[in-house]
Design a protein around this ligand. Structure first.
Ligand SMILES: N[C@@H](CCC(=O)N[C@@H](CS)C(=O)NCC(=O)O)C(=O)O
Length: 200
């Protein structure tokens, strides 16, 4: 198998998700870090035609976009990122897609900080999104959304962290899932790595 290279960016939530998917799959991969705060985008352009990270490279193949990367990793690792049952797989994919294309209020009003906490005024629009997230998380089967850790957990762990950094810690079943994601050793490892990306 050609070696896998994941191109990631500093403070990039989508890069963290892709990196976490790779950790879950157990596939070996080396990472190339792009400093996204650098105004000179020459290096980014070399790796990414879309000028966005993450990008997964395998030989001549370059896959951009975290969702497509998750699907490719899943194929390479005999389905390690999604549940065995086809109904559950469909739900898992819906949840990843919902996160990938939605929650615009959260995205615009709660920027991601890897190393600091902040406060936020909860507008009705933001509250609607938070209620939806709480409902999703309440449906977790246990410490992970489905039986085993997978793409859904990788995608939502970053959100759990982001919300916690704004002092948003859910109670009840949603809170248990949020806490479990924050305590998940693979997520912690990837966050340590993502912090290190900033000094490369
Ligand atoms: N839909 C894309 C979004 C990727 C994206 O927006 N990446 C940001 C960082 S999180 C980026 O590369 N920005 C380029 C820049 O800041 O120059 C994905 O899921 O991979």
């Amino acid at each position: 198998m050609n070696e896998l290279q994941l191109v990631v960016g500093t403070d990039s939530t989508w890069s963290i998700r892709a990196s976490l998917c790779l950790q879950i799959s157990g596939l070996h991969c080396h990472e190339t870090v792009i400093n996204l705060s650098d105004n000179n985008k020459t290096r980014l352009k070399r790796y990414s035609a879309s000028m966005l990270v993450p990008v997964l490279i395998r030989g001549e193949l370059k896959i951009h976009d975290s969702l497509a990367i998750a699907e490719y990793i899943n194929e390479l690792s005999s389905g390690s990122l999604y549940p065995e049952s086809s109904n559950e797989r469909a739900i898992a994919r819906s949840l990843c897609a919902e996160l990938h294309s939605g929650f615009n209020q959260l995205r615009s009003t709660c920027p991601f900080y890897i190393d600091q906490t902040s406060t936020i005024i909860i507008t009705p629009e933001l509250d609607t999104e938070l209620t939806r997230i709480k409902n999703i998380w309440s449906s977790a089967q246990g410490e992970f959304m489905f039986k085993n850790a997978g793409a859904v957990d990788a995608f939502y762990a970053v959100l759990a962290y982001r919300l916690a950094s704004y002092g948003i810690n859910f109670d009840g079943k949603a809170g248990l899932y949020q806490r479990a994601l924050l305590d998940w050793h693979l997520f912690k490892d990837v966050m340590i790595k993502a912090n290190d990306w900033r000094s490369t």
